[in-house]
Design a protein around this ligand. Structure first.
Ligand code: F6P
Length: 320
């Protein structure tokens, strides 16, 4: 391997810059040329490829987002798009590629590996919904941002003796919601993986808590539950407790990464280069059982995971 490329794909996540920096610096110290492919697979198909130097990644470890931009790309899901991508990589002498993104991005890396490009993928998403790993780049920052936002909503919720529904991101996964449920001392955590759509039980709970003197009621809603505003109206009508919904939204994707995201992303970036220089391909890096590990992408994509039942039950027990 002489030249490697790095791209970020799908939703951005704080810590991606730390991973890019590690790929570039470790690659250059291993004697490789490193190229940045801007705007993910979309940029690859447009040959938006730049040379990276050690200096080009200075002053970025503390910044949110991704300096090489990101995108979602439908064309790359087609065999023609994938072949075109592999041809462009070859034209630029890129024989190893580091892909930072979620499950969808891993599919692309797998296809490129099948077309002869050595690929290593890193889990980059705030959602923590990648099955082969207990850690994804960006989750720690995002969940801390959400936690701080919920603390703020809680202040005003208490002052007004209201019920507050706060919707956090996560697509169909409930990890951000579950962690905030515990960290923010929420009265309810609704996650797609467990919610039984029994709104009456929530209403009864609010009324019962009101009776015992609770001055606010915090409900953390995972994005996948949806309809937070509708739920607020229905709850207010049924309980007589003023209820507001807040959707935290994209601020969860931005901001300076936490120490954990900077360090883990840096280690994963370094490991990706090590795997490529060892001649490995079609690998994805994960963090499991306290160790940084790597799996075959096909094996990783066939894994399943669920929220930890004990953690979920603990969140519920703590809210009583
Ligand atoms: O996957 C990250 C994520 O922020 C999800 O939590 C959310 O559902 C989605 O991306 C939002 O995507 P977009 O930025 O395209 O609206």
């Amino acid at each position: 391997i002489k030249t490697i490329g790095v791209l970020t794909s799908g939703g951005d996540a704080p810590g991606m810059n730390a991973a890019i920096r590690a790929v570039v610096r470790v690659g250059i110290s291993a004697g490789l040329k490193v190229k940045g492919i801007r705007r993910g697979y979309a940029g690859l198909l447009e040959e938006d490829i730049i040379d990276m130097t050690a200096e080009s990644v200075s002053d970025i470890i503390q910044r949110g987002g991704t300096i090489i931009y990101t995108a979602r790309c439908n064309e790359f899901k087609t065999p023609e798009g994938q072949q075109k991508g592999a041809d462009i990589l070859r034209k630029h002498n890129i024989d190893g590629l580091v892909v930072i993104g979620g499950d969808g991005s891993f599919q692309g890396a797998k296809k490129l590996a099948g077309l002869g490009i050595n690929t290593v993928a890193l889990p980059g998403t705030i959602d923590l919904d990648i099955t082969c790993t207990d850690y994804t780049i960006g989750f720690d920052t995002a969940v801390n941002t959400a936690m701080e936002a919920i603390d703020k909503v809680r202040d005003t919720s208490t002052s007004h003796e209201r019920c507050s529904i706060i919707e956090v991101m996560g697509r169909n996964a409930g990890y951000i919601a579950l962690w905030c449920g515990i960290a923010n001392g929420a009265e309810e955590v609704l996650i797609t993986e467990r919610y039984d759509h029994n709104e009456q039980a929530i209403i009864d709970n609010i009324l019962q808590k009101k009776k015992v003197g609770k001055r606010h009621h915090i409900i953390v809603n995972a994005e996948g539950i949806g309809d937070s505003f509708g739920m607020a109206k229905r709850i207010e009508a049924a309980t007589g407790v003023e209820t507001r919904a807040t959707v935290i939204g994209h601020i969860q994707r931005g901001g300076s990464p936490t120490c954990k995201d900077r360090v883990y992303a840096s280690i994963m970036g370094a490991k990706a280069v090590d795997l490529l220089t060892e001649g490995k391909s079609n690998r994805v890096i994960g963090y499991r059982g306290g160790e940084f590990v790597d799996y075959d992408i096909d094996e990783a994509l066939s894994m399943t995971k669920d929220v930890d039942q004990y953690v979920y039950e603990t969140a519920r027990r703590l809210s009583r």
